[in-house]
Design a protein around this ligand. Structure first.
Ligand code: SF4
Ligand code: SF4
Length: 203
């Protein structure tokens, strides 16, 4: 029928328009001025108008959201730190814009390489947040962060992140990416069990 498509399109537009205000109507204006309303607008449950008063209010990011990479370290029971990075250099090789620099540690007595980075830098102005470094790291030592508030007044001095700035505990990783963390830990436990079984068979 002539004009049916136009009517259908207008119907969709009208539905979207009404949907925009449904949450506002449900909350009778309290969506903006009460603690619960603000929490609702900042949650993944929110519907309708998404405008928030940034930076006082922030929308949650999904688990797979990725920004600048960070390095992971394990926290020992006595507060000691164990870096996961072995300084293998794979992340630096696969990084498309080549914004990772690593200097490997060497044993001062033998001059032989030690599997941990002495220095580790990422130029966050060049990083394009692709996540390749995290994908390819064989040791789960580098992961993508959720922190997107990186504005600084002096990018030359502040946007080349060194090891101190890049290192974060595994517990932080588990808090921002719980599903990924659980999956990796399960795979690690499975691999350890298989290794132990092979050892028992051989010995
Ligand atoms: S972060 Fe991973 S891939 Fe990069 S050097 Fe360290 S262990 Fe290798
Ligand atoms: S996220 Fe991509 S661009 Fe950024 S450091 Fe990792 S590999 Fe390089």
């Amino acid at each position: 029928m002539d004009g049916f498509g136009i009517l259908k399109g207008m119907g969709v537009t009208l539905k979207r328009f009404i949907d925009t205000y449904l949450d506002d109507l449900r909350w009778f204006g309290k969506r903006y001025y009460t603690k619960e309303g603000v929490a609702r607008r900042m949650s993944t449950e929110t519907r309708g108008i998404f405008t928030i008063q940034y930076p006082e209010e922030k929308l949650p990011v999904p688990e797979e959201f990725r920004f600048i990479p960070f390095l992971l370290y394990e926290e020992g029971e006595n507060g000691e730190i164990k870096e996961r990075c072995t300084s293998c250099g794979i992340c630096a090789k696969v990084c498309p814009p080549q914004c990772i620099w690593i200097v490997r540690t060497t044993d001062p007595n033998t001059g032989r390489p030690v599997p941990e980075p002495k220095e580790f830098y990422i130029d966050v102005d060049i990083c394009m947040n692709c996540g390749f470094c995290a994908e390819y790291c064989p040791f789960d030592a580098i992961k993508m962060d959720h922190d997107y508030e990186l504005s600084v007044y002096d990018r030359h001095a502040k946007n080349i992140y060194d090891k101190d700035k890049l290192m974060k505990p595994v517990s932080y990783y588990a808090s921002i990416r719980p599903a990924n963390y659980a999956r990796e830990e399960a795979a690690r436990a499975e691999a350890e069990a298989a290794k132990a079984a092979r050892r028992a068979q051989a010995g």
